[in-house]
Design a protein around this ligand. Sequence first.
Ligand SMILES: *Cc1c(COP(=O)(O)O)cnc(C)c1O
Ligand SMILES: [Zn+2]
Length: 417
Amino acid sequence: MSFVKQYRCTLCNQTYDSQKPLLTCPDCGEKGILDIEYDYQALKKFVDLNYFKNQDEYSMWRYAPLLPIEIKHIGQMLKIGWTPLYRANRLEKSLGLHELYVKDEGLNPSASLKDRASGVAVLKALELGYHTVSCSSTGNAASSLACHAAHMGLKSVIFVPKRAPIGKLNQLLIYGSNVISVDGDYKDTFQLSKVAIDHYGWYNRNAAINPILVEGKKTVALEIAEQLKFMPTDWVCVSVGDGCTIASVYKGFYDLFQLGLIDKIPQLLGVQSTGCSPFVDADMTASPLKEAEENTIADSISVGIPRNPIKAQQAVLNSKGAWIAVTDEHILKSMKKLGSKEGIFGEPAGVTALAGLEEALKTGIIKPNESVTVIMTGNGLKDPLNAQKAVKAPVILKPKLEDLERYMKEKGDKRHA
Ligand SMILES: *Cc1c(COP(=O)(O)O)cnc(C)c1O
Ligand SMILES: [Zn+2]
Protein backbone atom coordinates (compact mmCIF):
# COMPACT_ATOMS: atom_id res chain seq x y z
CA MET A 1 0.00 0.00 0.00
CA SER A 2 1.39 3.43 -0.91
CA PHE A 3 0.58 6.51 1.12
CA VAL A 4 1.99 8.92 -1.47
CA LYS A 5 -0.58 11.63 -2.14
CA GLN A 6 1.07 13.70 -4.88
CA TYR A 7 4.22 15.37 -6.17
CA ARG A 8 4.67 19.11 -5.65
CA CYS A 9 7.12 21.36 -7.52
CA THR A 10 9.40 23.22 -5.09
CA LEU A 11 9.59 26.16 -7.52
CA CYS A 12 6.06 26.80 -8.86
CA ASN A 13 4.10 24.84 -6.24
CA GLN A 14 2.11 22.94 -8.87
CA THR A 15 1.03 19.42 -7.89
CA TYR A 16 1.23 16.26 -10.00
CA ASP A 17 -0.26 12.80 -9.93
CA SER A 18 2.23 10.47 -8.26
CA GLN A 19 1.36 7.66 -10.69
CA LYS A 20 3.33 9.39 -13.44
CA PRO A 21 7.03 8.57 -13.14
CA LEU A 22 8.11 12.24 -13.22
CA LEU A 23 11.62 13.30 -12.28
CA THR A 24 11.25 17.09 -12.42
CA CYS A 25 8.41 19.58 -12.99
CA PRO A 26 7.40 19.58 -16.66
CA ASP A 27 6.78 23.36 -16.49
CA CYS A 28 9.96 24.40 -14.67
CA GLY A 29 12.37 21.93 -16.24
CA GLU A 30 15.48 20.70 -14.47
CA LYS A 31 15.31 23.33 -11.70
CA GLY A 32 11.76 22.30 -10.81
CA ILE A 33 12.74 19.73 -8.19
CA LEU A 34 9.72 17.80 -6.96
CA ASP A 35 8.78 17.00 -3.39
CA ILE A 36 6.79 13.86 -2.57
CA GLU A 37 3.79 14.49 -0.31
CA TYR A 38 2.09 11.83 1.79
CA ASP A 39 -1.44 11.32 3.01
CA TYR A 40 -0.62 11.84 6.69
CA GLN A 41 -4.21 11.30 7.82
CA ALA A 42 -4.24 7.80 6.36
CA LEU A 43 -0.68 7.12 7.52
CA LYS A 44 -1.49 8.14 11.10
CA LYS A 45 -3.89 5.22 11.44
CA PHE A 46 -1.18 2.81 10.38
CA VAL A 47 2.15 4.22 11.59
CA ASP A 48 1.91 4.94 15.31
CA LEU A 49 3.97 3.99 18.38
CA ASN A 50 2.52 0.48 18.27
CA TYR A 51 3.64 0.03 14.70
CA PHE A 52 7.25 0.59 15.83
CA LYS A 53 6.89 -1.60 18.91
CA ASN A 54 5.85 -4.53 16.75
CA GLN A 55 8.35 -3.87 13.98
CA ASP A 56 11.08 -6.52 13.72
CA GLU A 57 12.68 -5.40 10.45
CA TYR A 58 15.97 -3.86 11.63
CA SER A 59 16.88 -1.97 8.47
CA MET A 60 15.63 1.15 6.70
CA TRP A 61 12.76 -0.94 5.32
CA ARG A 62 11.00 -0.78 8.70
CA TYR A 63 9.89 2.62 7.37
CA ALA A 64 8.48 1.21 4.11
CA PRO A 65 5.04 2.83 4.57
CA LEU A 66 6.80 6.21 4.57
CA LEU A 67 8.59 5.47 1.29
CA PRO A 68 7.39 5.79 -2.34
CA ILE A 69 8.13 2.17 -3.24
CA GLU A 70 6.46 -1.18 -3.65
CA ILE A 71 7.74 -3.69 -1.14
CA LYS A 72 7.95 -6.75 -3.35
CA HIS A 73 11.78 -6.89 -3.76
CA ILE A 74 12.72 -5.62 -0.29
CA GLY A 75 13.43 -9.05 1.14
CA GLN A 76 16.25 -9.64 -1.34
CA MET A 77 18.10 -6.39 -0.64
CA LEU A 78 21.32 -6.01 1.33
CA LYS A 79 20.81 -4.67 4.85
CA ILE A 80 20.76 -0.87 4.70
CA GLY A 81 20.26 1.38 7.70
CA TRP A 82 19.41 0.82 11.35
CA THR A 83 22.97 1.95 11.92
CA PRO A 84 24.06 2.58 15.50
CA LEU A 85 23.50 5.90 17.23
CA TYR A 86 26.26 6.12 19.84
CA ARG A 87 26.39 8.36 22.88
CA ALA A 88 29.79 10.01 22.40
CA ASN A 89 30.90 10.17 26.02
CA ARG A 90 34.54 11.12 25.61
CA LEU A 91 33.93 13.50 22.77
CA GLU A 92 31.13 15.37 24.52
CA LYS A 93 33.34 15.81 27.59
CA SER A 94 36.20 17.18 25.51
CA LEU A 95 33.82 19.60 23.76
CA GLY A 96 32.22 20.64 27.04
CA LEU A 97 28.86 19.60 25.62
CA HIS A 98 25.91 18.32 27.62
CA GLU A 99 24.77 15.50 25.34
CA LEU A 100 26.25 14.29 22.05
CA TYR A 101 25.36 11.38 19.77
CA VAL A 102 27.08 10.14 16.64
CA LYS A 103 25.10 8.31 13.96
CA ASP A 104 27.59 5.98 12.27
CA GLU A 105 26.52 5.76 8.63
CA GLY A 106 29.89 4.27 7.71
CA LEU A 107 28.44 0.88 8.69
CA ASN A 108 26.12 0.66 5.70
CA PRO A 109 26.87 -1.98 2.99
CA SER A 110 28.97 0.32 0.79
CA ALA A 111 30.06 2.33 3.85
CA SER A 112 28.14 5.60 3.48
CA LEU A 113 24.72 7.17 4.01
CA LYS A 114 24.21 7.10 0.22
CA ASP A 115 23.12 3.45 0.48
CA ARG A 116 19.76 4.69 1.75
CA ALA A 117 19.13 6.57 -1.50
CA SER A 118 20.62 3.95 -3.79
CA GLY A 119 18.56 1.21 -2.16
CA VAL A 120 15.35 3.05 -3.00
CA ALA A 121 16.63 3.83 -6.51
CA VAL A 122 17.41 0.19 -7.25
CA LEU A 123 14.00 -0.92 -5.98
CA LYS A 124 12.31 1.70 -8.15
CA ALA A 125 14.35 0.70 -11.20
CA LEU A 126 13.27 -2.93 -10.70
CA GLU A 127 9.66 -1.87 -10.18
CA LEU A 128 9.71 0.10 -13.45
CA GLY A 129 11.44 -2.68 -15.37
CA TYR A 130 14.83 -1.06 -16.05
CA HIS A 131 17.93 -3.20 -16.62
CA THR A 132 20.55 -0.45 -16.23
CA VAL A 133 20.93 2.26 -13.60
CA SER A 134 23.21 5.26 -13.90
CA CYS A 135 24.44 8.33 -12.06
CA SER A 136 27.21 10.84 -11.82
CA SER A 137 28.80 11.21 -8.46
CA THR A 138 31.80 12.45 -6.55
CA GLY A 139 32.06 8.88 -5.25
CA ASN A 140 29.67 7.58 -2.63
CA ALA A 141 26.43 7.81 -4.57
CA ALA A 142 28.21 5.89 -7.30
CA SER A 143 29.74 3.19 -5.13
CA SER A 144 26.45 2.62 -3.32
CA LEU A 145 24.50 2.40 -6.57
CA ALA A 146 27.03 -0.03 -8.01
CA CYS A 147 26.82 -2.09 -4.81
CA HIS A 148 23.03 -2.49 -4.70
CA ALA A 149 22.71 -2.85 -8.48
CA ALA A 150 25.20 -5.73 -8.32
CA HIS A 151 23.28 -7.44 -5.52
CA MET A 152 19.98 -7.19 -7.39
CA GLY A 153 21.35 -8.17 -10.80
CA LEU A 154 21.14 -4.79 -12.52
CA LYS A 155 23.87 -3.22 -14.69
CA SER A 156 25.32 0.12 -13.63
CA VAL A 157 27.00 2.85 -15.65
CA ILE A 158 28.79 5.35 -13.44
CA PHE A 159 30.30 8.74 -14.26
CA VAL A 160 32.93 9.99 -11.80
CA PRO A 161 35.21 13.02 -11.90
CA LYS A 162 38.86 12.15 -12.35
CA ARG A 163 39.63 13.23 -8.75
CA ALA A 164 37.44 10.52 -7.11
CA PRO A 165 39.38 8.93 -4.18
CA ILE A 166 40.94 5.56 -4.81
CA GLY A 167 38.87 3.67 -2.22
CA LYS A 168 35.61 4.70 -3.87
CA LEU A 169 36.89 4.01 -7.37
CA ASN A 170 38.02 0.54 -6.31
CA GLN A 171 34.57 -0.14 -4.87
CA LEU A 172 32.99 0.66 -8.24
CA LEU A 173 35.30 -1.64 -10.12
CA ILE A 174 34.93 -4.47 -7.63
CA TYR A 175 31.12 -4.15 -7.79
CA GLY A 176 31.48 -4.67 -11.55
CA SER A 177 30.21 -1.32 -12.67
CA ASN A 178 30.90 0.22 -16.08
CA VAL A 179 32.95 3.22 -14.87
CA ILE A 180 33.49 6.34 -16.95
CA SER A 181 36.13 8.56 -15.33
CA VAL A 182 35.51 12.03 -16.76
CA ASP A 183 38.44 14.30 -17.50
CA GLY A 184 36.86 17.34 -15.83
CA ASP A 185 35.25 18.42 -12.56
CA TYR A 186 31.93 17.34 -11.01
CA LYS A 187 29.96 19.83 -13.12
CA ASP A 188 31.33 18.35 -16.34
CA THR A 189 30.72 14.86 -15.04
CA PHE A 190 27.11 15.64 -14.14
CA GLN A 191 26.48 17.20 -17.55
CA LEU A 192 27.80 14.18 -19.48
CA SER A 193 25.79 11.76 -17.35
CA LYS A 194 22.63 13.74 -17.99
CA VAL A 195 23.07 13.64 -21.75
CA ALA A 196 24.02 9.96 -21.68
CA ILE A 197 21.08 8.91 -19.48
CA ASP A 198 18.66 10.67 -21.85
CA HIS A 199 20.37 9.15 -24.85
CA TYR A 200 20.44 5.53 -23.63
CA GLY A 201 17.29 5.53 -21.50
CA TRP A 202 18.86 4.24 -18.28
CA TYR A 203 17.33 4.68 -14.83
CA ASN A 204 18.50 8.05 -13.45
CA ARG A 205 19.86 8.03 -9.91
CA ASN A 206 21.10 11.62 -10.01
CA ALA A 207 20.26 12.58 -6.46
CA ALA A 208 19.06 16.13 -6.60
CA ILE A 209 16.87 15.58 -9.61
CA ASN A 210 15.17 12.33 -8.66
CA PRO A 211 12.77 13.04 -5.76
CA ILE A 212 12.59 9.47 -4.46
CA LEU A 213 16.24 9.62 -3.34
CA VAL A 214 15.56 12.23 -0.68
CA GLU A 215 12.86 9.87 0.58
CA GLY A 216 15.40 7.08 1.00
CA LYS A 217 17.89 9.31 2.79
CA LYS A 218 15.26 10.64 5.17
CA THR A 219 15.24 7.26 6.93
CA VAL A 220 18.40 8.41 8.74
CA ALA A 221 16.30 11.02 10.55
CA LEU A 222 13.50 8.52 11.23
CA GLU A 223 16.08 6.25 12.86
CA ILE A 224 17.68 9.00 14.93
CA ALA A 225 14.26 9.92 16.29
CA GLU A 226 13.24 6.34 16.99
CA GLN A 227 16.61 5.47 18.58
CA LEU A 228 16.10 8.42 20.94
CA LYS A 229 12.58 7.24 21.83
CA PHE A 230 11.02 9.91 19.61
CA MET A 231 12.75 12.70 21.54
CA PRO A 232 15.42 13.79 19.06
CA THR A 233 18.24 16.14 20.07
CA ASP A 234 17.97 19.94 19.93
CA TRP A 235 20.40 20.03 16.99
CA VAL A 236 21.40 17.70 14.18
CA CYS A 237 24.64 18.51 12.30
CA VAL A 238 24.94 17.51 8.64
CA SER A 239 27.69 18.02 6.06
CA VAL A 240 26.35 19.52 2.83
CA GLY A 241 27.31 19.15 -0.83
CA ASP A 242 24.34 19.05 -3.20
CA GLY A 243 22.02 19.61 -0.27
CA CYS A 244 19.93 16.43 -0.63
CA THR A 245 21.07 14.92 2.64
CA ILE A 246 20.18 17.88 4.82
CA ALA A 247 16.88 18.30 2.95
CA SER A 248 16.11 14.65 3.59
CA VAL A 249 16.95 14.89 7.28
CA TYR A 250 14.41 17.69 7.54
CA LYS A 251 11.85 15.66 5.59
CA GLY A 252 12.23 12.69 7.94
CA PHE A 253 11.63 14.77 11.03
CA TYR A 254 8.82 16.63 9.26
CA ASP A 255 7.05 13.31 8.53
CA LEU A 256 7.27 12.28 12.17
CA PHE A 257 6.05 15.69 13.28
CA GLN A 258 3.04 15.43 10.93
CA LEU A 259 2.29 11.99 12.35
CA GLY A 260 2.38 13.39 15.88
CA LEU A 261 5.28 11.12 16.85
CA ILE A 262 7.71 13.93 17.75
CA ASP A 263 6.77 17.32 19.11
CA LYS A 264 9.61 19.36 17.67
CA ILE A 265 11.86 19.27 14.62
CA PRO A 266 15.56 19.58 15.56
CA GLN A 267 17.47 22.64 14.42
CA LEU A 268 19.72 21.71 11.51
CA LEU A 269 23.33 22.83 11.22
CA GLY A 270 24.46 22.74 7.58
CA VAL A 271 28.24 22.40 7.38
CA GLN A 272 30.50 22.99 4.37
CA SER A 273 34.23 23.34 3.79
CA THR A 274 35.57 26.89 3.33
CA GLY A 275 37.11 25.50 0.13
CA CYS A 276 33.63 24.98 -1.37
CA SER A 277 30.84 26.77 0.45
CA PRO A 278 28.12 28.06 -1.88
CA PHE A 279 25.36 27.59 0.74
CA VAL A 280 27.29 29.36 3.49
CA ASP A 281 28.23 32.22 1.13
CA ALA A 282 24.60 32.64 0.05
CA ASP A 283 23.49 32.66 3.68
CA MET A 284 26.02 35.33 4.66
CA THR A 285 25.20 37.61 1.75
CA ALA A 286 21.47 36.80 1.80
CA SER A 287 21.63 36.30 -1.96
CA PRO A 288 20.89 33.38 -4.28
CA LEU A 289 23.47 30.62 -4.62
CA LYS A 290 26.46 31.44 -6.81
CA GLU A 291 28.74 28.88 -8.39
CA ALA A 292 31.66 28.23 -6.00
CA GLU A 293 35.14 26.82 -6.39
CA GLU A 294 35.59 23.09 -5.71
CA ASN A 295 38.69 23.25 -3.59
CA THR A 296 38.44 20.92 -0.59
CA ILE A 297 39.77 17.54 0.49
CA ALA A 298 36.20 16.60 1.47
CA ASP A 299 35.42 15.24 -1.99
CA SER A 300 31.87 14.14 -1.15
CA ILE A 301 30.84 17.74 -0.46
CA SER A 302 32.99 19.39 -3.11
CA VAL A 303 30.01 20.56 -5.13
CA GLY A 304 30.40 23.96 -6.83
CA ILE A 305 26.85 24.07 -8.20
CA PRO A 306 24.52 22.35 -5.71
CA ARG A 307 21.61 20.67 -7.48
CA ASN A 308 19.17 20.86 -4.62
CA PRO A 309 19.52 24.40 -3.28
CA ILE A 310 15.88 25.17 -2.55
CA LYS A 311 15.06 22.11 -0.43
CA ALA A 312 18.34 22.45 1.50
CA GLN A 313 17.90 26.15 2.21
CA GLN A 314 14.30 25.61 3.28
CA ALA A 315 15.38 22.79 5.59
CA VAL A 316 17.80 25.01 7.50
CA LEU A 317 15.40 27.97 7.49
CA ASN A 318 12.31 26.02 8.58
CA SER A 319 14.22 24.24 11.34
CA LYS A 320 15.59 27.59 12.62
CA GLY A 321 19.03 26.15 12.03
CA ALA A 322 22.23 27.70 10.72
CA TRP A 323 24.95 27.44 8.06
CA ILE A 324 28.64 27.28 8.88
CA ALA A 325 31.94 26.61 7.06
CA VAL A 326 35.08 24.94 8.43
CA THR A 327 38.61 24.74 7.05
CA ASP A 328 40.12 21.56 5.63
CA GLU A 329 42.69 21.63 8.47
CA HIS A 330 39.84 21.56 10.96
CA ILE A 331 38.24 18.66 9.08
CA LEU A 332 41.46 16.65 9.33
CA LYS A 333 41.71 17.39 13.06
CA SER A 334 38.13 16.24 13.54
CA MET A 335 38.91 13.01 11.72
CA LYS A 336 41.67 12.27 14.22
CA LYS A 337 39.55 13.40 17.15
CA LEU A 338 36.55 11.21 16.30
CA GLY A 339 38.81 8.25 15.69
CA SER A 340 40.91 8.61 18.83
CA LYS A 341 38.08 9.58 21.19
CA GLU A 342 35.30 7.32 19.94
CA GLY A 343 36.82 4.66 17.70
CA ILE A 344 34.85 5.87 14.69
CA PHE A 345 36.77 6.44 11.46
CA GLY A 346 35.18 8.89 9.04
CA GLU A 347 36.13 10.17 5.62
CA PRO A 348 36.67 13.96 5.37
CA ALA A 349 33.04 14.77 4.45
CA GLY A 350 31.95 12.27 7.08
CA VAL A 351 33.53 14.27 9.91
CA THR A 352 32.84 17.74 8.52
CA ALA A 353 29.65 17.95 10.58
CA LEU A 354 31.69 17.37 13.74
CA ALA A 355 34.08 20.20 12.83
CA GLY A 356 30.99 22.34 12.23
CA LEU A 357 29.64 21.50 15.66
CA GLU A 358 32.92 22.66 17.25
CA GLU A 359 32.80 25.88 15.27
CA ALA A 360 29.14 26.43 16.18
CA LEU A 361 29.96 25.94 19.87
CA LYS A 362 32.77 28.47 19.56
CA THR A 363 30.59 31.07 17.89
CA GLY A 364 27.67 30.50 20.24
CA ILE A 365 25.23 29.17 17.61
CA ILE A 366 24.98 25.94 19.63
CA LYS A 367 25.04 26.21 23.45
CA PRO A 368 26.89 23.74 25.71
CA ASN A 369 23.64 22.80 27.47
CA GLU A 370 21.92 21.73 24.24
CA SER A 371 21.79 18.16 22.96
CA VAL A 372 23.31 17.37 19.56
CA THR A 373 23.45 14.55 17.01
CA VAL A 374 26.28 14.50 14.48
CA ILE A 375 25.63 12.41 11.37
CA MET A 376 28.90 10.71 10.40
CA THR A 377 28.11 10.17 6.73
CA GLY A 378 30.93 8.00 5.35
CA ASN A 379 33.69 5.57 6.36
CA GLY A 380 37.32 6.71 6.51
CA LEU A 381 38.70 3.65 4.73
CA LYS A 382 37.28 5.06 1.49
CA ASP A 383 39.90 7.79 1.39
CA PRO A 384 43.19 6.52 2.84
CA LEU A 385 45.31 9.28 1.27
CA ASN A 386 43.49 12.06 3.12
CA ALA A 387 43.47 10.05 6.34
CA GLN A 388 47.25 9.94 6.07
CA LYS A 389 47.30 13.75 6.15
CA ALA A 390 45.45 13.73 9.48
CA VAL A 391 48.10 11.71 11.32
CA LYS A 392 51.84 11.47 11.89
CA ALA A 393 53.65 8.48 10.40
CA PRO A 394 54.48 5.73 12.94
CA VAL A 395 57.93 5.32 14.44
CA ILE A 396 60.23 2.78 12.75
CA LEU A 397 62.44 0.72 15.07
CA LYS A 398 64.91 -2.13 14.80
CA PRO A 399 63.45 -5.36 16.24
CA LYS A 400 65.25 -4.81 19.57
CA LEU A 401 63.71 -4.38 23.01
CA GLU A 402 66.37 -1.78 23.98
CA ASP A 403 65.35 0.40 21.06
CA LEU A 404 61.70 0.05 22.01
CA GLU A 405 62.49 0.92 25.62
CA ARG A 406 64.46 4.01 24.59
CA TYR A 407 61.57 5.08 22.37
CA MET A 408 58.90 4.49 25.02
CA LYS A 409 60.93 6.47 27.52
CA GLU A 410 61.45 9.40 25.17
CA LYS A 411 57.79 9.41 24.37
CA GLY A 412 56.82 9.22 28.03
CA ASP A 413 59.33 11.93 28.95
CA LYS A 414 57.98 14.22 26.30
CA ARG A 415 54.44 13.66 27.39
CA HIS A 416 55.27 14.58 31.01
CA ALA A 417 57.51 17.53 30.14
C1 LIG B 1 26.94 12.85 -0.40
C2 LIG B 1 27.61 13.03 0.88
C3 LIG B 1 27.37 14.14 1.71
C4 LIG B 1 26.49 15.30 1.35
O1 LIG B 1 25.25 15.00 0.81
P1 LIG B 1 24.56 16.01 -0.23
O2 LIG B 1 23.25 15.44 -0.50
O3 LIG B 1 25.43 16.08 -1.43
O4 LIG B 1 24.49 17.35 0.46
C5 LIG B 1 28.05 14.18 2.91
N1 LIG B 1 28.90 13.21 3.30
C6 LIG B 1 29.13 12.14 2.53
C7 LIG B 1 30.08 11.10 3.03
C8 LIG B 1 28.50 12.01 1.31
O5 LIG B 1 28.77 10.93 0.55
ZN1 LIG C 1 7.31 23.78 -11.37
